[in-house]
Design a protein around this ligand. Sequence first.
Ligand code: SF4
Ligand code: SF4
Length: 376
Amino acid sequence: MAEQFEGDVRKLGFGLMRLPKKGLGLDIEQISRMVDLFLEAGFTYFDTAFIYPGSEPAIRKALVDRYPRDAFTLATKLNAFVAPTEKAAKKQLQTSLDRTGAGYFDYYLLHAVMEGNWKKYDRFRLWDFVGEEKTKGTIRRMGFSFHAGPELLERLLTEHPEVDFVQLQINYADWENPSVTARANYEVARRHRVPVVVMEPVKGGALADPPEAVKKLFRAYDPEASCASWAVRFAASLDGILTVLSGMSSLAQMEDNLSYMRDFRPLNEEERKIIGEAQRILGRSSAVPCTACHYCTGGCPRQIAIPEIFAAMNLQLANGQIEKAHEAYEEAAPEGRRASDCIGCGQCERACPQHLDVTGYLRKGAGMLENGDTGI
Ligand code: SF4
Ligand code: SF4
């Protein structure tokens, strides 16, 4: 049933979580140009969310107000985690409609369903709510994005056969990662014949700049192909994929993505072997596997810039760039908001869809970047 529309969508979607910034706001001019290139290349799928700061109003200006409604499809998401009451959760749909001016959503998702919050989606009767809105036509297709293991996914897809699609974190680095279980989740979705929207194919940008050993491997096969292209093509080569969301932050990233997704070519046998070798190398990496989603930062009582601190650590851990790591750390962690200022309240860990030991990594970061430990 659900797979009927899978073939209608091209394999690259424009993820709107990491849009380019200008001053304190978003760079509408650059986003508009990115939208133009994306549509000109024949792609149509845009993905935002109620909780992405500034994203819904920005896509109104860059897309909805500039193109006929049938020239694109728009996905957004309802997030129960940030809603204090059932009423507040349900109100998010109207707010998203008002912010985007889209009139209806082609795809509407329950957002970041995971172990710590899935019962709240039940308690607030949000599955029924979304189903009713679909009957009214406010929503064309309903789905959910998911950050837990295959047992919970199996349960949700069994309890909710009305779901049209599911959004999963899939990338070659997390394929067998026990805290992401990308392969196992993908297989559950396939068994239920539910199309998959892929998120984090480049792991929050980390696979655009992997450790040198992986870069060397990719360059040896194709010196022209970007590292991101390997990651996006890996996800897009899987069967049953509705589209692969790439969270693009600049015109250059859009151009790169379009260069290999315009005439998409699945990975061949030799390329798959190279990905296998990259997976083996990354399995030995000590980098912090943070995707820079920022879900952890809103509630931090010390306003610690967690993902930026992890990015600084990774300059040293993944690339050996010790000086650059210290510079990036000084910028990300001013006095009072150092990694060592963490009070261990655990809010960030409850919010983290990657289930990271945030406080443990911050301790390690404080050791490396405040006290000069090696990080090994
Ligand atoms: S555990 Fe530390 S980093 Fe996490 S929210 Fe609390 S103070 Fe912030
Ligand atoms: S620590 Fe977790 S929640 Fe915070 S940005 Fe990284 S992946 Fe996202």
